[in-house]
Design a protein around this ligand. Sequence first.
Ligand code: UDP
Ligand code: MG
Length: 136
Amino acid sequence: MSNMEKTLSIVKPDAVERNLEGEIKEIFKNNGFQIIKEKKIQIEKSEAEKFYKVHETKPFYNDLCGYLSSGPIIVMILQKANAVKENRELMGATNPKDAHDGTIRKKYGISIDKNSVHGSDSVDNAKIEIDFFFKD
Ligand code: UDP
Ligand code: MG
């Protein structure tokens, strides 16, 4: 029985800047994710504000949106059985200091704000986030 899902992944500016795109994509592929679509883009701060609207009341919201729009990012649709949860596990904790060995954020994350990757946190949000970046 498979529960094939899609989720949205973003390689954030700190990782793109350090040329980690290839290595991070290899990690996804080695862990059984298929990269269905991908593109390298840079977004406006206003778009980041829309993307992270769920966080608009948080103290870190303004910096977060400034950061996500500060440089090129790679947005990807990943597919795998239980992709949403599997990707969250592979990413590791939001704060790289708390992330376990073998996770992307443990390996590459610099700090809680520069934590190298984004991943959808639910199947519903995955659909919304995939549409956000890939609806023509
Ligand atoms: N973030 C931050 N400071 C915080 C909490 C979060 O800068 O105290 C940033 C961090 O980059 C994180 C993003 O805001 O990835 C979204 O936060 P969320 O709680 O959704 O974490 P995630 O789902 O990315 O693990
Ligand atoms: Mg989140």
